[in-house]
Design a protein around this ligand. Structure first.
Ligand code: 3PG
Ligand code: MG
Length: 395
């Protein structure tokens, strides 16, 4: 696979797939700029070479054509501010307006195309649509690691129309950091898995059981394990059809000599609300009418100790409902432990999505080794799947 350093973009129009699928509030303001920040070095390299940038992205999952709340127009001010220059915008990703703006683009200029998912051809991976996109540029650059697990027109199919194609800095860094954890992890290696559902993480957990020394499981999915072990979990989240699977994972961990750590206690609440009445409960005996919304104090202590003595850490998924301040302590404490492990010379990779948001919100983005811009893409890569967006750059 060629990388962006292999090319000089002088006089070239780079057609760049970025992942600007960022969260917007109801005023249509970007609430997390991580993915925009991440793309800047790739754009600067091309602009400094004397090339121009034509940016393609999706935003959200529009069902049926254009919709203002999914318009990439809302990103233009953020991108312009980061680059310190005006950004042109095409209100359609193909057609005459995009064609005219792209052909008139001069070296050093940036054009952002409207959401590619306003065409159903994008997710269908339609060839004719991909060819129309491809006509806009001379060199194809894929820097959208977060969307590399989708075999869509702009992420995968468009690459076929270019002799010159490469990955950008984000894609390169993501793959290198993921490989570092998968193939070159210094021991002790601890994986921390959280979030609501076992079903989302089952494949990655099975892969990790062959690699890690400690596997910490927290968040909503831990209650399925306690239910499977005969615990009383009150109204806590449970995947009733995954009880056997949970038991299986427990015995597999034993067989492989992995230290599987489930939280001993929880902060439980009588309501799914920040104002709920709370108490601390043992995870085998959560009172009737209460649900676990965060890991408890003993779990925080045990998990922190393991994390701080680790040399490699992979973290994906929060320990509780950290969006509510009264249930954020578990996730925040784990983030602090990961920072301390990193300060002690460990390598820490934070998977995208909620755990990345938690780390960034705490201002720890620079205090861990790497925060991934990928959620599903990182998990699929670590599960050993071929990412179509990456494969398309290799062929
Ligand atoms: C993401 O945020 O997960 C990526 O941008 C991919 O988006 P998708 O899950 O809608 O394909
Ligand atoms: Mg997703």
């Amino acid at each position: 696979m060629k990388t962006i350093q292999d090319y000089n973009f002088e006089g070239k129009k780079a057609l760049i797939r970025v992942d600007f699928n960022v969260p917007l509030n109801d005023k249509m303001e970007v609430t997390d700029e991580t993915r925009i920040n991440a793309a800047i070095p790739t754009l600067k390299k091309i602009l400094n070479d004397g090339g121009s940038c034509i940016l393609m992205s999706h935003l959200g999952r529009p069902k049926d054509g254009p919709e203002d709340k999914f318009s990439l127009r809302h990103i233009v001010p953020n991108l312009g501010a980061k680059l310190g220059m005006p950004v042109k915008f095409a209100d359609d990703c193909i057609g005459a307006s995009a064609g005219d703006l792209a052909s008139g683009l001069k070296g050093g200029e940036v054009l952002l195309l409207e959401n590619v998912r306003f065409y159903k051809e994008e997710t269908a991976g339609d060839k004719a649509f991909a060819e129309k996109l491809a006509k806009l540029g001379d060199i194809y650059v894929n820097d959208a690691f977060g969307t590399a697990h989708r075999a869509h027109a702009s992420t995968t199919v468009a690459a076929k129309f270019f002799a010159d194609k490469c990955c950008g800095y984000v894609m390169q860094a993501e793959l290198e950091n993921a490989q570092k954890v998968l193939d070159k992890a210094e021991k002790p290696f601890t994986a921390i898995m959280g979030g609501a559902k076992i079903s989302d993480k089952i494949m990655i957990i099975e892969q990790l059981l062959d690699k890690v020394d400690h596997l910490i499981i927290g968040g909503g999915m831990s209650y399925t394990f306690f239910k499977a072990m005969g615990g009383q979990i009150g109204n806590s989240l449970v995947e009733a059809d995954k009880l056997d699977l949970a038991k299986e994972l427990i015995s597999k961990a034993k067989e492989k000599g992995v230290d599987l750590q489930l939280p001993k206690d929880s902060i439980v609440a009588d309501n799914f609300s920040n104002d709920a009445n709370t108490q601390i409960a043992d995870n085998y005996a959560i009172p009737e009418g209460f649900m676990g919304l965060d890991i408890g104090p003993e779990s925080r202590e045990v998990f922190s100790e393991i994390i701080e003595s680790s040399k490699t850490i992979l973290w994906n998924g929060p320990m509780g409902v950290f969006e509510m301040s009264n249930f954020a302590k578990g996730t925040n404490t784990i983030a602090q432990a990961v920072v301390r492990a990193t300060e002690n010379g460990g390598f820490s990779l934070i998977g995208g999505g909620d755990s990345a948001a938690a780390v960034n919100n705490l201002g720890y983005g620079d205090k861990v080794s790497y925060v991934s811009t990928g959620g599903g893409a990182l998990l699929e890569y670590m599960e050993g799947k071929v990412l179509p967006g990456v494969a398309a750059l290799e062929s």
